[in-house]
Design a protein around this ligand. Structure first.
Ligand code: SF4
Length: 301
């Protein structure tokens, strides 16, 4: 069937598929971080066009040198992953089939979402929409209940409005720590970030080494414009979060995101009560390889 995309959009789309295929080959264990924003659902749709490959497998021919890596990874296995440990003299080996934990369909890559406990119902509903449409399993990463409980008991449920420090602490508990857990043991992650989204993302590269989390990071939509994203989404009938139609270009926690007015920056609705240069939560700490300030937060946010 002929593609509903015409040049130059068709070229853009094909280049994206090629890029994603390259990532799939280099990092079969990569994870897509989704906040159920339009960029994420576009990426999920694109990833579903890639050829199915056998399940990813990580192997460590272990010795004392890579033992820390193994020890970090094994506790994070999902219930349906398989780990095979073997001791051979002083050597220890582990083969881990990652795919069943991340994708029901056996497709690359696993998709996860940080369920902070403060998301819009519309965003939570999108998980079911995407799972049904694409036959994949979106892994929800939750914050540690005791950490949330302590924060609320000490500072209050909505203490993030009081200071940048308390906001960052809340983001650390509800987003950064679960993200660290999600990425542990993986060699790469993929995000829907774009340069156009804010000045803090103006230099966002397509490919970078994520210093903060210690793995490769890919931003395949870095150079895409908002218009290009929406043109592809509409042409291909890709599902999108209904909040986008209500003035929310950026999807985040309900209490920390408001709709924006025409002409406002795409991310102006995020932590709107703070100074703009604080409008990040710690998920995207290295916008480029040489810029390590805490800039932006949520994977799709
Ligand atoms: S965005 Fe707001 S509610 Fe969500 S984790 Fe950060 S401070 Fe907490």
């Amino acid at each position: 069937m002929a593609s509903p995309l015409t040049t130059p959009l068709a070229d853009r789309w094909n280049a994206l598929l090629q890029l994603l295929d390259g990532i799939a080959q280099e990092h079969p264990d990569a994870l897509l971080a989704s906040s159920m924003g339009v960029e994420d659902t576009l990426l999920i749709h694109a990833l579903m066009q890639l050829p199915t490959r056998p399940g990813a497998c990580r192997t460590w021919s272990a010795d004392s040198e890579n033992r820390p890596q193994r020890d970090q990874f094994l506790p994070n296995l999902q219930p349906n992953s398989r780990a095979i440990g073997q001791k051979d003299g002083e050597k220890w080996a582990a083969a881990v089939d990652l795919q069943p934990a991340t994708s029901k369909s056996g497709r690359f890559p696993g998709v996860f979402m940080l369920d902070t406990g403060r998301l819009h119902q519309e965003t939570l509903d999108m998980v079911g929409v995407i799972e049904q449409r694409y036959g994949i399993n979106v892994q929800l990463m939750h914050p540690k209940p005791e950490a949330v409980k302590d924060y609320i008991a000490t500072h209050g449920l909505n203490a993030f409005y009081e200071s940048v420090e308390l906001r960052k602490l809340c983001c650390d508990i509800r987003k950064v720590e679960p993200l660290r857990r999600a990425l542990a043991g993986h060699s790469a992650w993929i995000t829907g970030q774009r340069r156009e989204q804010s000045s803090t993302r103006a230099e966002l590269p397509e490919t970078q080494w994520d210093e903060a989390f210690g793995l490769h990071k890919y931003n395949p939509l870095a150079s895409w414009s908002t218009d290009e994203v929406w043109a592809v989404v509409r042409a291909l009938g890709i599902p999108y979060n209904p909040l986008h139609d209500r003035g929310y270009p950026s999807i985040g926690c309900e209490c920390c995101t408001r709709a924006i007015r025409p002409g406002e920056d795409i991310r102006a609705g995020r932590w709107w009560w703070e100074q703009r240069n604080n409008a990040e939560c710690g998920l995207h700490t290295s916008v480029n390889a040489h810029h390590h300030e805490h800039t932006d937060p949520t994977p799709a946010a």
